[in-house]
Design a protein around this ligand. Structure first.
Ligand code: SF4
Length: 341
């Protein structure tokens, strides 16, 4: 067993070689989902990990507790779809005992059934994925006819005073003509719409020409609203989003521009996959096995430290657009469904 005192007294195990402190852990609870979004789930599906290779609720809690001990302040639960995990109430109750802000990212199809358990465990920040306000297009991209359910659950979350952000992955020729419709939702709804530049992951047939860039999104906004109506908001520290609001609107909108305008300088995020691997970056192909180490009764701290120290400055080493466009590079990574965004 390594002497944890040495680790505790030296540089934080969550600080990388670029001085970035990683106080935000995203935990993927499950590799399965009740939707089939084409930019996330490869058309041919994904090879699921055997159940015995997935973290139990106790293992999730123990690993999370170690991260919190070293400085994690925020934990976001993701998937696949985290709410389809049967023991989600147990996981929430356990994690709620830690000194962190708990939040969740969901496709909102069944979130109406979990309002009480989310509130009981102080999960107030909810990000939902909704890529179209058109029922037909929703079905086209998710392969499920669940638009009405998701939209009514969005309204329910607002009614229940949750802090709601809506993630919209924009793709040319599919939903880029809905940018203004989404922004106009924020006229009366106190929600935050986040337009996400389409990113390359294993199996999502990424093509840069399908991506709608930050520049193109803002060109659309500025050609629709008067200049003095579009207000640039101050982004929070470590924010992934460039935030704006339309004057007089209750909500806001923003752009997550990982492809054309990465924000890696202020990155504070680490990821834990459902099968217990730590990923030091969304785009990193490398990952380290915490779960096996834990099951062998060894300390996971040295593994975390090594993974954080191995972190690249930008996008898992794909620091140029040319590298990011290189399938040989970006296909080494997992598919989005087994990372959890
Ligand atoms: S691409 Fe990687 S380093 Fe950059 S912000 Fe995302 S997770 Fe952080």
């Amino acid at each position: 067993m390594t002497n944890t005192n040495n680790i505790v007294n030296s540089k934080s195990i969550l600080k990388d070689n670029f001085g970035r402190d990683h106080a935000y852990l995203r935990i993927s609870l499950i590799e399965r989902c009740n939707l089939r979004c084409s930019y996330c789930m490869p058309a041919e599906g994904v090879k699921l990990s055997p159940k015995s290779h997935l973290m139990t609720s106790d293992e999730i809690y123990n690993i999370a507790k170690t991260f919190v001990k070293h400085g994690v302040k925020k934990i976001r639960l993701t998937g696949g779809e985290p709410l389809i995990r049967k023991d989600i109430p147990v996981i929430l109750e356990k994690l709620a005992t830690l000194n962190v802000t708990l939040s969740i990212t969901s496709n909102a199809v069944i979130i109406d059934k979990h309002i009480a358990i989310l509130k009981q465990n102080n999960v107030n920040k909810i990000n939902i994925s909704l890529d179209s306000l058109d029922r037909k297009k929703f079905k086209e991209i998710t392969l499920r006819d669940q638009f009405d359910k998701v939209y009514s659950n969005l309204l329910l979350l607002v009614e229940e005073d949750f802090e709601v952000k809506v993630n919209v992955v924009l793709m040319k020729g599919f939903n880029d003509n809905e940018i203004i419709n989404f922004i106009n939702l924020t006229k009366d709804l106190p929600i935050s719409i986040r337009f996400i530049e389409f990113m390359p992951f294993d199996g999502n047939k990424w093509d840069k020409n399908k991506m709608v860039s930050y520049k193109e999104i803002m060109a659309c906004v500025n050609s629709t609203y008067k200049t003095n109506e579009v207000i640039r908001l101050t982004d929070a520290k470590n924010d992934t989003t460039k935030n704006y609001k339309i004057k007089g609107y209750k909500g806001s909108f923003g752009v997550i521009s990982s492809v054309t305008n990465p924000f890696c300088d202020s990155c504070n995020r680490l990821r834990l996959t459902a099968n217990g691997k730590i990923k030091n970056c969304l785009f990193s192909a490398s990952e380290s096995d915490l779960l096996t180490t834990l099951r062998e009764g060894k300390s996971i701290e040295p593994v975390i430290k090594k993974a954080v120290e191995a972190k690249f400055k930008v996008r898992g080493g794909m620091d140029t657009l040319e590298k990011l466009q290189e399938p040989k590079l970006h296909n080494q990574n997992r598919s989005m469904i087994t990372i959890g965004g």
